[in-house]
Structures are given as C-alpha cells and as structure tokens.
Design a protein around this ligand. Sequence first.
Ligand SMILES: NC(=O)c1ccc[n+]([C@@H]2O[C@H](COP(=O)([O-])OP(=O)(O)OC[C@H]3O[C@@H](n4cnc5c(N)ncnc54)[C@H](OP(=O)(O)O)[C@@H]3O)[C@@H](O)[C@H]2O)c1
Length: 287
Amino acid sequence: MYAVTGATGHLGQLVVEALGKQKPASQIVALARDPAKASELNKSAGSVRAFDYDKPETLRSALEGITKLLLISSNAMGRRTAQHKAVIDAAKAAGVELIAYTGILHGEKSPINLGKEHHDTERHLKQSGLRYVFLRNGWYIENYVAFLKSALANGVFPASASNGRISAAGRADYAEAAALSLIQDDGSTERVYELAGDTPFTLSEFVAEASRQANKPIHYKNLPEADFAALLTKFGLRPHLAAELAQSSSATAQDALFDDSRALSKFIGHPTTPYNQVIASALRALT
Ligand SMILES: NC(=O)c1ccc[n+]([C@@H]2O[C@H](COP(=O)([O-])OP(=O)(O)OC[C@H]3O[C@@H](n4cnc5c(N)ncnc54)[C@H](OP(=O)(O)O)[C@@H]3O)[C@@H](O)[C@H]2O)c1
C-alpha cells in the first residue's frame, strides 16, 4: 500500500496522479491535514486519511497498513525537522518498510541554508533503520514562473542569481520520479538520487525567453542579496523567509543549483520538460 504526505500540495497532487497511472486506486492513500480538500484533489487515491505533522500522536494509526511512504517535506520552515522526525518515528512504529523523502539537490554539500532541515531529516531517516530513498530535488521551474506576472507588469525580474546556471525541472518530472521511487523498490537499504533538469539556464536566459514569448520587454535585474531580501519583504514575505530565499538566490550565483548528471531524465525514462514549455503554459494560464 502506497501513501503520500502533503497530498493537497502542488507536488503531492502530481505524485498521487503519477502513482494512479501505474497502480490501482485501492493501493493509494492520500495523507493530508485537510482530508476534504484531499478527496477533492486526489481522484487517483482510493482513500484519504487525516495526517497533520503537528499532531504526532495521530500519525502512527494513520499509517496502519502502509508499506511504502513518500514524505514530502513540509513548507513550515523552521519547524520542519521536528515535523519530519515525528513522521519517521510514526512510520517506524507502524511497520512502514520504505520511506522516500524529498530533500535538496546535492544534500549536505548544498550551500543553500534551506538545506539544513533537509540534512537533519536525512540524518534522522538514516538512523531510523528504515529503508530509505533520498529524492534530492533541484529547484522547480515553477518557482521562477511565479514571478512572471509581476515581471510582465513591471518589466523587471529581480533576483541575486547573477549568471549562475540553474538545472531546474518542472514539478511533474520530480513527481514522476517520486512515484517511481516507491514503485520500483528493489529492496535496497538506501538509494540516493540527485534530481535536476536536463537543460540549465541562467535567469537572464529565462527572462529573455519569457519576454520573447509574451512579446513584452522584461529585463533581469541582479540585486545584492540584502536588497533582494528587502524587496521580497516588500512583496509581503515574512522577513525570515525573504532572507532565506534571497540567500538561496545568491548561492545560485555560485552554481548551487547546477547539475549535469541527468539522473532525473535517466530515472523517469524521458527528457525533462524544457523551461520554454513551462513558461508557455504559465503564460497561457495568465491570459
Ligand atoms: N524544490 C523546490 O524548488 C521547492 C520549492 C518550494 C518548496 N519546496 C519543498 O517541497 C515541498 C513540496 O513542494 P510543493 O510545491 O508541493 O509545496 P506546497 O504546495 O506548499 O505543499 C506543501 C504541502 O505540505 C503540507 N503541509 C504543511 N504543513 C503540514 C502539516 N503540519 N501537516 C501535514 N501537511 C502539511 C501542505 O498542506 P496544505 O495543503 O494543507 O497546506 C501542502 O500539502 C514543500 O513543502 C517544500 O518543503 C521545494
């Protein structure tokens, strides 16, 4: 029996859908803190169970009968290590055989500060004695696409990534890999995948392509990390989150998100979706 946490999130929905293409609904459980929302969003799942990382006492019973679990990292920055630890401990107690966890590209070698909670989770998972898969995901192309609406309005796309190369991939490709990592369980004790897109781009290239497709002028503006953090705060992000995102952008300038292993496309058996296609569908959605 397969289960996916965060099934109502962007990635979770896609993983449940990918599992549904290969497994019957009766073998798929969507785990979500809002089961009503999950029933609405996860049509490929045969059942839905309440699963809130912040309610550790409820997690073990929710995992009864689950053999393969995808733990999608939480978005509650600063509280994630404790949340993930609660899930791993409950999974062990419930007899789960395998946990796949969505971490960060290059694991403990990543200079991105957001990686710290991922390393701590990976360490705990290793120590748990459970069999595990580390899905070390690069950035989603959708992270950049999210800025296009305001970039089109203002003509400026700000960040601190300079000319760093970014091997981002679309969420759907990472989701396919996550589903496969559970389905193609060969009994290994540990598997580690460094997952990234086939075609790296700089943000100047990304912005030029968006500008070309939208037929509107946008230019990439490189900002010092502190200025970018201040701008993100002005956009409404909490200062701590803005600082973390600005730091990840400035680490990108040093190629922190570059990877040419093509492990993702090798694993899913087809090229990753190029960024121009992700831009095209985002622009269609904006009009
Ligand atoms: N690689 C990247 O570029 C990148 C970018 C951003 C984030 N991430 C990481 O990847 C994860 C998945 O990405 P995403 O795009 O799917 O993010 P997302 O849409 O924000 O989904 C996060 C999911 O976590 C769930 N969640 C949050 N707190 C929870 C709790 N206490 N108990 C149970 N579930 C909880 C949310 O539930 P609700 O639906 O109820 O809110 C949601 O389903 C993120 O959470 C983050 O750790 C990666």
